[in-house]
Design a protein around this ligand. Sequence first.
Ligand SMILES: Nc1ncnc2c1ncn2[C@@H]1O[C@H](COP(=O)(O)OP(=O)(O)OP(=O)(O)O)[C@@H](O)[C@H]1O
Ligand SMILES: [Mg+2]
Length: 358
Amino acid sequence: MAQVRLQQLRKVFGENTVAVENLDLVIQEGEFLTLLGPSGCGKTTTLRMVAGLESPSAGGIFFGDRLVNDVPPAKRDVAMVFQSYALYPHMTVSGNLEYPLKKRGFAASERQGMIKRTAELLQITPLLERKPRQLSGGQQQRVALGRAIIRNPEVFLLDEPLSNLDAKLRAYMRAELIQLHRRIGKTMIYVTHDQLEAMTMSTRIAIMNEGKLQQLDTPDAVYNRPHNQFVASFIGTPSMNFIKGSIADQGSMVRFTSPVATVDLPRDKAAKANGRSVVVGVRPEDVTIGSGAFKGEVTVVEPTGYETMVFVNLGGQDLVARVPADNPVKAQSTVSLGFRTDRMHLFDGETGASLRAG
Ligand SMILES: Nc1ncnc2c1ncn2[C@@H]1O[C@H](COP(=O)(O)OP(=O)(O)OP(=O)(O)O)[C@@H](O)[C@H]1O
Ligand SMILES: [Mg+2]
């Protein structure tokens, strides 16, 4: 039952707000799938449809072979933690955790053990007797997470459950969620606009933009083989550099020409090359500073501790390079600069689709 399948799922609000458009997605049993995308791209709407809190305008939601479009939320065996979680204000933390267990008929003796284990897992044991208003936002969020975990449902739906936590606790909870998923092996659909969360936690990532699925792939694949320019620019910090130009076949190579730079790329970068207008993409870590065929002006040097971001103007175009912290480059200096051409990406100048061969 725990495979979740979305088939041509569509949601329109009012006359013409298309929140989700013809979404096809299979979330395998036991998978940790993340919906990732910018604000307003339809992540929460998708999750709410899976939960049964929003009905689709078109398309089907299947749990296993069963069409659940008309099954009420309580009958779907899903647990949700939403962006705006609501704890019962009059109950203690312990009471909040216990509530879903009572509803499901767990015996009192059993309930206490489950509360204890969940509280330990989420480090909220000292808070068990407090009321929600006596907790910080982050503590409340952990209780909300606990309330979902404790029921042990078939499918977990998590909508930015870590967004109110500070950086340290977020990192801790990320690791906890990964372990939790490994331990219980349940299907999890996780929504975030934080790519670090998506990259570190997911089996696969579904990247959305404007209600449409852009790519469904492993974290490695969305980073290294983005299907289009949107995915390429959305994944990675700082963002991939893009340079507009054209390409032409050069036998075993493909020559990229632009006012800024001309480089020869391996043949597998473009299936059909001749005369095409393209956008070349190169990640900051694939720009070399101090070696290479080009000369650029360093505008800003941003040390971040273990590495440094170097902003360079190359013939009028701003590029960013990620270099080791011991690189001695100075702002306002002229540097040589190069590209790791085997790691460059090529996109169609018009559609933004990847031109990668094969
Ligand atoms: N109840 C609603 N009525 C009308 N429009 C809505 C409703 N809920 C969402 N929308 C619209 O649908 C689109 C998708 O919203 P959704 O909440 O799914 O985005 P999201 O990806 O979760 O964004 P965020 O990262 O900001 O939470 C947005 O344009 C939003 O304004
Ligand atoms: Mg949302």
